[in-house]
Write a protein that binds this ligand. Structure first.
Ligand SMILES: *Cc1c(COP(=O)(O)O)cnc(C)c1O
Length: 384
C-alpha cells in the first residue's frame, strides 16, 4: 500500500441495505440510487458497480460531471438522471446519451426543446414542481405556460417524471410543512392528469420520506443516505424502531470503514510532552503509536486529545495534537502491538465500532457532511 490509509466499501453491507429498503417500499417501486457528492464520499464508480450487481438500474446525480462518471461506469445501461445543475451547453451530451434531467424553469425547458429539435432525439425530462422546499421547481402559477409548452412540444420531450423534494422529512418538527408539500404535489399531479398530461414516473421520496411517510412512495424513490447504511436522522430510526423485529433492530449496515496501520512505536517517560506544544503531558510511562493520518487526510485538528481509534478491537485515545500527517495514539494498555497492525479510524474492529457520527462533532446532519468531506484522494477499495 503506497497510501497511508484507505476506505473500505463493503458490498455485502450494500446488498443488505437494499434488501431492507425493498422490504419497506415494496418490490414494485424503482429505487434510484442517489450518487451525488461522489456517492456520499464512497466513490461514484464503486457505488454504480456494487449497485448494478444487486439489480439497481437507476442513478440520480446532481450535475453533469457526476452523470458522466455514472454513465462511464455503468455496465448495465442503467438510467441516469440529473437533479440539479446542467449548463445549457451540456444538454446535447445529456440528450444524446439518453440521460434524463430535471426541468424546474422555463429557460432550461426551452433550451432542451431547442436542442432536441436540432438533434432529432427526444429530451428525457423530469418536471420539478415547487411544493414548499423553495429551492427549485415550477410555481403553481406557471402551470398554464408549462402545460402549453409540454403539449406543443410533445414530439420532442419524453416526460420521464413529475417530481418534488421534501424540506426535511427526517424531523417531526417539519411535519406540517411536509404534509402541505404532499398536498401541493398531488394538486399539480391531478391538474396535469386532468389535462391529459401523464408522466412515466411520479417520484418525491428521499430516504427519510420513504421510511417515515409511506404515502410519499410512488413509482420511484430516490434513496441516498440509507443505501450507504445511515439513518437520515436519529428520529427516523426511533420512528422505525418499534416496527423492527427484535432480532433485526439494526437493519442498516454502514458500507464505509477507514483504515490505516501503526507506522512506528515509541516509549516515553512520565512527564514527557507528546508532539507539538504542551497540550499533552504523560502521566505515566507510556507506549505511543504513530498512525500516518492527520488533518490533511481529514482527521481534524479538533480531535486533538479527543479522537479515538481502534487497534486490536480496543478503543484507544489520540494524545497530543493532530498534526498534518500523523496522530499519536496511546497503546500503553495493549498486550502486544506491532508496526503494521491495523488501525480503524471509522468502522468496526472485533466488538467495537467508531461511527462516523462519533468521529465528528454532533451537528444536525453530520453523517451527510462528514461522508462527503472524506478526502477524495484516499483510495477506496471494494471489499465483501
Ligand atoms: C439528496 C437528494 C435525495 C436523497 O436524499 P437522502 O436523504 O440521502 O435519501 C433525493 N432527492 C433529491 C432531490 C436530493 O437532492
Amino acid at each position: 500500500m503506497e497510501h497511508t490509509s484507505f476506505l473500505a466499501i463493503s458490498k455485502s453491507a450494500y446488498s443488505n441495505n437494499i434488501r431492507f429498503i425493498k422490504s419497506q417500499i415494496g418490490d414494485n417501486v424503482t429505487i434510484s440510487s442517489v450518487i451525488k457528492g461522489n456517492a456520499y464520499g464512497h466513490g461514484i464508480e464503486n457505488i454504480v458497480k456494487i449497485a448494478e450487481n444487486v439489480g439497481i438500474r437507476h442513478f440520480s446525480a446532481f450535475s453533469t460531471d457526476e452523470a458522466i462518471r455514472a454513465k462511464n461506469s455503468s455496465k448495465k445501461n442503467s438510467q441516469i438522471m440529473v437533479m440539479g445543475m446542467v449548463e445549457n451547453e451540456n444538454l446535447p451530451y445529456l440528450i444524446d446519451n439518453g440521460i434524463s434531467f430535471y426541468c424546474f424553469e422555463m429557460d432550461r425547458l426551452e433550451a432542451a426543446i431547442k436542442k432536441s429539435k436540432e438533434l432529432g432525439i427526444k429530451a428525457k425530462i423530469h418536471i420539478e414542481v415547487e411544493t414548499g422546499f423553495h429551492r427549485t421547481g415550477f410555481e403553481w402559477d406557471e402551470k398554464e405556460e408549462l402545460l402549453a409548452s409540454l403539449e406543443e412540444n410533445s414530439d420532442h420531450l419524453q416526460l420521464c417524471g413529475l417530481c418534488t423534494h421534501y424540506a426535511g422529512a427526517e424531523s417531526v418538527a417539519n411535519y406540517v410543512r411536509i404534509q402541505n408539500q404532499i398536498k401541493q404535489y398531488h394538486k399539480f399531479k391531478d391538474w396535469f392528469n386532468s389535462k391529459g398530461v401523464h408522466f412515466d414516473r411520479y417520484h418525491t421520496a428521499c430516504s427519510a420520506a420513504s421510511l417515515s411517510y409511506p404515502e410519499t412512495i410512488m413509482d420511484m424513490v430516490r434513496i441516498g443516505i440509507a443505501q450507504y447504511g445511515f439513518w437520515p436522522s436519529q428520529e427516523t430510526y426511533m420512528f422505525k424502531f418499534k416496527q423492527l423485529a427484535p432480532n433485526k433492530k439494526n437493519p442498516l449496515r454502514r458500507l464505509i470503514s477507514w483504515k490505516s496501520q501503526v507506522m512506528s512505536l515509541k516509549k516515553i517517560k512520565i512527564g514527557d510532552f507528546i508532539g507539538y506544544g504542551n497540550s499533552y503531558m504523560a502521566s505515566r510511562d507510556m507506549l505511543i503509536a504513530q498512525v500516518p493520518v492527520g488533518y490533511c487526510h481529514g482527521f481534524g485538528r479538533s480531535l486533538s486529545n479527543l479522537g479515538k481509534v481502534l487497534i486490536h478491537g480496543k478503543v484507544l485515545s489520540v494524545v497530543g495534537n493532530v498534526t498534518m500527517n500523523t496522530i499519536s495514539v496511546d497503546v500503553t494498555d495493549l498486550k502486544e502491538v506491532n508496526k503494521g497492525d491495523e488501525v480503524v479510524i471509522i468502522g468496526r474492529q472485533k466488538r467495537n465500532e467508531i461511527t462516523v457520527a462519533s468521529f465528528g462533532e454532533s451537528t444536525q446532519q453530520v453523517n451527510y457532511e462528514l461522508l462527503t468531506r472524506l478526502p477524495h484522494d484516499i483510495p477506496r477499495k471494494i471489499v465483501t
